[in-house]
Ligand binder design. Structure first.
Ligand SMILES: Nc1nc2c(ncn2[C@@H]2O[C@H](COP(=O)(O)OP(=O)(O)OP(=O)(O)O)[C@@H](O)[C@H]2O)c(=O)[nH]1
Ligand SMILES: [Mg+2]
Length: 169
């Protein structure tokens, strides 16, 4: 698999996406520092939001094969300046997250990512599983075996046991 680094503001859904890419259970965990999980580098949102901490993202980008800029569909603004993807020395893809949110605007988030220079751009919900198969296939390299054999299996709703507000009963 290509090693992917997830970047985006706090609560855009990086850690949840990391869990959804593997299946199983979704459990809220606030990212405190940069983590390597097999082929996923999960970063804290504060690194993308804070000028000085952003340097850590630049450094860690050397350890991945592809950088993903995430925007959740309900974001009222974009963190990413136009053409920011040109600053990276890795391919930069876009991921619109939380597309299941009723008040989301997927097209608006998509256009912001396009403006930032992301290509391709995926639309995903880590809760319903929609879009997971497409991302996995983008990351797949010859010889890799995915955790699922078909889109139907990969895109089943996840078991969400907690979110930022606590356990879901
Ligand atoms: N409805 C819905 N909620 C989601 C989805 N993905 C994440 N969330 C919720 O959004 C909140 C933040 O998700 P995280 O994955 O922790 O966000 P993050 O980007 O890792 O945040 P930091 O670790 O603070 O940088 C949690 O309450 C999640 O349950 C999704 O696809 N759909
Ligand atoms: Mg996180």
């Amino acid at each position: 698999m290509k090693k992917i680094m997830l970047v985006g503001r706090s609560e855009c859904g990086k850690t949840t996406l990391r869990q959804a890419l593997k299946g199983g259970t979704i459990k809220y965990h606030k990212t405190q520092y940069i983590n390597h999980y097999d082929v996923v580098i999960d970063t804290p949102g504060e690194y993308a939001e804070t000028h000085t901490l952003g340097r850590a993202l630049a450094l860690y980008s050397y350890e991945c094969d592809v950088i993903a800029l995430l925007l959740n569909s309900t974001e009222p603004y974009s963190l990413y300046p136009p053409c920011v993807a040109a600053c990276a020395n890795r391919p930069v893809i876009g991921i619109v997250t939380q597309i299941d949110q009723p008040k989301g605007n997927v097209d608006r988030a998509h256009n912001w990512l396009k403006l930032a220079g992301c290509n391709p751009i995926f639309h995903v919900s880590s809760y319903t599983g929609e879009g997971i198969w497409e991302i996995l296939n983008y990351l797949k390299e010859p010889g890799d075996v995915l955790p699922w054999e078909s889109a139907e299996e990969a895109e089943k709703p996840r078991n969400v046991v907690s979110d930022k507000y606590g356990p879901i009963v």
